[in-house]
Unconditional design. Structure first.
Length: 251
């Protein structure tokens, strides 16, 4: 089975469209949460996402925008964007967001894998370093966890303990690129496909991943997208300017 893994789209429909156009053939789409928040196209992103499949995990921004979380936990810019999003969402989308399942989730057809927004131990926890990853890696019910939340593409594993995280190394700045990462037997992994709509690893290109469960290969992908279009929409919506400028630097 070939899984298309999307996370942290953050209302960036330009980035989502570029990922879908570039995505290799796949059998199922898995969405790891934070569909909304920060960007200016929440309804469009939800409508596209609904058309892609049925497997979703909720993110903290999905909860915040649909009233399921205290905004005091958010920084002022994120809080403002959550309120703006809540205001923009049509009722049907608001209710759909509110009903999204909390991770980790497991799928009967996909044994040995689980899907979560933050950490398998806490859906809102940030797994940034190997130190953060060790406990969830060791105690998880399944050897392979796909997660998001940090907006940092890469992987932690019990095989890479000397080198902290695996981070794909890319050769270009503005072109489409892929990096393959094999999944080995007997090793436990936490794999982050990166953020579609607001990367924070210094690379502005939209990030996603494909996992081929027969070949046991994760393909990390980066694609350029209509950055200017996404920025203009944010400015036109009167969202904080920083939400537009940060997209250009991937921070
Ligand atoms: Zn996020």
């Amino acid at each position: 089975m070939r899984l298309l893994l999307l996370s942290d789209i953050h209302s960036n429909v330009e980035a989502l469209d570029a990922c879908l156009a570039a995505a290799p053939a796949h059998d199922v789409v898995i969405n790891l949460g934070d569909m909304v928040g920060y960007g200016a196209s929440p309804n469009e992103v939800i409508e596209r996402s609904l058309g892609l499949g049925k497997i979703f995990v909720r993110g903290n921004h999905d909860k915040a925008a649909s009233g399921g979380m205290d905004l005091r936990d958010f920084n002022p810019i994120a809080g403002l964007a959550a309120l703006w999003t809540r205001d923009q969402l049509i009722q049907q989308n608001l209710e759909w967001l509110r009903a999204l399942p909390r991770g980790p989730i497991q799928i009967a057809d996909l044994p040995g894998m689980q899907f979560v927004h933050g950490s398998p131990l806490d859906e809102d926890e940030y797994v940034v370093t190997l130190r953060d990853a060790i406990e969830p890696l060791m105690v998880s019910a399944t050897p392979l966890t796909f997660f998001g939340h940090t907006h940092l593409q890469g992987s932690f594993s019990t095989n890479d303990v000397a080198s902290d995280a695996f981070r794909p190394e890319y050769r270009t700045i503005g072109q489409s690129e892929t990096t393959e990462y094999p999944i080995k037997d007997g090793v436990r992994y936490m794999v982050n496909p990166g953020s579609v709509g607001q990367p924070r690893d210094g690379d502005w290109r939209a990030a996603f991943a494909l996992y081929d469960s027969e070949a046991r290969i994760v393909t990390f992908c980066r694609v350029p997208y209509n950055l200017k279009g996404a920025q203009e929409r944010i400015m036109a919506a009167n969202l904080p300017q920083r939400l537009a400028t940060r997209l250009a630097t991937g921070r």
